[in-house]
Design a protein around this ligand. Structure first.
Ligand code: SAM
Length: 99
């Protein structure tokens, strides 16, 4: 029997809503936390992805679970005509203080 793992133990919300709520709650600190917790590796992998995507020269890029949009923003360095970022958390999407 599998047990559902959710961010909040005592919440009545479904898992998807809890995940959105959790990222809404941390959105203001997400970018800074990401740099620290990953020791900056997040910056390096994004640069690798930029190179990989650029080599394919796509017209359109879809970044699913884009969060605060770091990768989607970096993708503006490609020749893509259309870049779409989507995320379940409005807080993540609309929290870009230093960008
Ligand atoms: C760890 S963050 C990664 C964000 C971004 N891709 C990055 O590299 O910084 C995971 C993201 O996935 C989003 N997410 C989780 N479940 C999702 C779903 N079902 N549909 C869309 N986004 C989702 C969260 O809201 C969160 O912004």
């Amino acid at each position: 029997m599998s047990k559902s793992v959710t961010p909040y133990k005592d919440s009545d919300l479904g898992k998807k809503e809890q995940v959105a709520q959790m990222f809404d709650n941390i959105s203001g600190n997400y970018d800074g936390l990401n740099r620290v917790i990953s020791f900056g590796i997040d910056v390096k992998w994004r640069k690798k992805v930029l190179k990989m995507v650029s080599d394919k020269n796509p017209e359109t890029i879809l970044d699913i679970a884009t969060g605060t949009g770091d990768l989607a923003i970096l993708m503006t360095k490609t020749n893509a005509k259309k870049i779409i970022g989507l995320d379940i958390s409005a807080g993540m999407l609309f929290c870009f203080p230093e960008k």
